[in-house]
Design a protein around this ligand. Structure first.
Ligand code: FUL
Length: 480
């Protein structure tokens, strides 16, 4: 007994009484299992498709006739296939946008596909997307606009019942839903069952979100809720997919609520001492608008623009939600397909071959000198293995020896988030002309941090973790 206590003190608190080196204690808050899986998805797609596709508008007023919804070559398989080919892992469909038209034959309204000529009222676009997603193994998510400019009862308690009934239908009839998207935009002018006027609601209390979420969670326990302020995924604060260079997955949500104004900056950075794990999702459209407009065919983002978006979203630790809106035929247009193909090609060219995969790597400190925590663990492709230091060692460095001179363009680093986000600052040095030069500096790392290395040539790279909340826990380093 005495000797084991002695060993315990000698080697530090990472060693348990049976001599095993313990993994670090988590730094709270930490992601749930579902959030951790979501981080690993990296890129999901948004599909804005509805009555607006046929009126050429971005926001419908709510008085549109269901008669105009008639995609002539509707093919959800094509949408999902295009997304699959371009590495998207999940898809979120606008089951109902602000105009109130429902893409599924809801029992609770006539303002839906069932009153449209599409498949003589027998169609169900939500079902088509859910089935195609299952076929190609993408996760399936739903956007259901809280604001409904079609409903006469919008603004009254009855509408909340209507909204919950619809949510219940969607969550019960279409299989597992990985993410539910609650849009913060709501309240204002509308048709409202022919009353045509202004309806304003108190966004903070009107929707009674806590009860709605509880109901939804009972049906789909694994589902994550997105809104401006969470509770599971937060908005990034802008629709350009530009995350803060400092991006904490943590934030305190007691002062936030969906639709609250003036919180863009806070949402893009999160807060270091936030009490909840609410990571940022970067939503942006491949076109200027969210819905398809033929006038924007020449304005589809270029592969270079999409690559920049990837760097400012995924490359700063957020998950990208890229909107790809199908056209009036019900197909993803050629222009968007080409842009996506080009983007995928750029990702392959620029971030496809990890020059460090077989490199030698040494670290200034290895937790308990245990194999399980060696720096090599950052070079395997296993998201669950990591390099980490002894408790109390909040700074440290690793040196990667490539064994040959290489031109370097990017470095990608990732933290093992199930133990909490830790790193506050780091730098990247390259060995050039017989000395170390600092070529990149960063604050947070999070799930993934990509920094440019500007074509420097070297055979040795050093990553210095300068400051961390507790011993750093890094699961991936890639050099391109
Ligand atoms: C916004 C909406 O008003 C837009 O139409 C779009 O759906 C975007 C994703 O969210 O708040």
């Amino acid at each position: 007994m005495k000797s084991s206590i002695f060993i315990f003190f000698l080697l530090g608190i990472n060693i348990s009484l049976n001599g095993q080196v313990k993994p670090p204690e988590p730094v709270f808050p930490i992601p749930t299992k579902q959030q951790w899986e979501w981080h690993q998805m990296e890129m999901n797609a948004f599909i804005h498709f509805s009555i607006n596709t046929f009126t050429d508008k971005e926001w419908g007023y709510g008085d549109e006739s269901a008669q105009i919804f008639n995609p002539t070559e509707m093919n959800a398989d094509q949408w999902i296939w295009v997304l699959k080919e371009n590495n998207f892992k999940g898809v979120i469909i606008t089951a109902k946008h602000h105009d109130g038209f429902c893409l599924w034959p809801s029992r609770y309204t006539l303002h839906s596909v069932k009153s449209s000529p599409y498949l003589s009222g027998k169609g169900d676009v939500v079902r088509d997307v859910a089935l195609a997603a299952r076929k190609y193994q993408l996760k399936f998510g739903i956007y259901l606009s809280p604001w409904d400019r079609n409903r006469q009862d919008y603004g009254t308690p009855d509408y909340i019942t209507y909204y919950r009934n619809q949510l219940h239908e969607l969550l019960t009839n279409y299989g597992p839903v990985f993410e539910m998207w609650f849009d913060g935009a709501n309240g204002g002018e509308g048709y409202y069952g022919g009353t045509n006027g202004l309806r304003l609601v108190d966004k903070k209390v009107y929707y009674k979100w806590p009860e709605t979420l509880e109901m939804a969670h009972k049906i789909q326990p694994d589902m994550l809720f997105f809104s401006d302020a969470g509770p599971d995924i937060r908005w990034l604060g802008n629709e350009r997919a530009v995350a803060g260079e400092t991006n904490w997955n943590t934030i305190s949500n007691d002062t936030l609520y969906a639709g609250k104004a003036g919180i863009g900056e806070l949402l893009s950075t999160g807060s270091e001492n936030g009490t909840k794990w609410i990571p940022a999702e970067a939503d942006v459209s491949i076109r200027p608008g969210w819905f398809y407009h033929s006038s924007e065919d020449s304005l589809v983002k270029t592969p270079e623009q999409l690559f920049d978006i990837y760097l400012t979203s995924v490359g700063r630790g957020a998950v990208l939600l890229l909107n790809v809106p199908p056209d009036r035929r019900g197909l993803i247009a050629q222009e968007d397909q080409e842009a996506l193909r080009g983007f995928t090609e750029l990702l392959k060219q620029r971030l496809g071959i990890n020059l460090a995969a077989n490199a030698d790597i040494v670290a200034s400190n290895v937790r308990g000198k245990d194999k399980r925590f060696m720096p090599e663990m950052m070079l395997d492709d296993n998201a669950e293995t990591y390099w980490c230091t002894d408790d109390g060692i909040k700074a440290g460095e690793v040196e990667i020896r490539l064994g040959r001179q290489e031109v370097l363009n990017y470095i990608s680093i990732g933290e093992y988030l199930p133990l909490g986000q830790r790193v506050r600052s780091f730098e990247v040095d390259l060995w050039e002309s017989g000395r170390w030069n600092v070529v990149a500096r960063g604050t947070t790392i999070g799930y993934k941090r990509i920094l440019p290395l500007d074509g420097h040539k070297t055979d040795k790279i050093r990553i210095k973790i300068l400051d961390s909340k507790a011993c750093p826990v890094i699961n991936t380093v890639k050099i391109f």
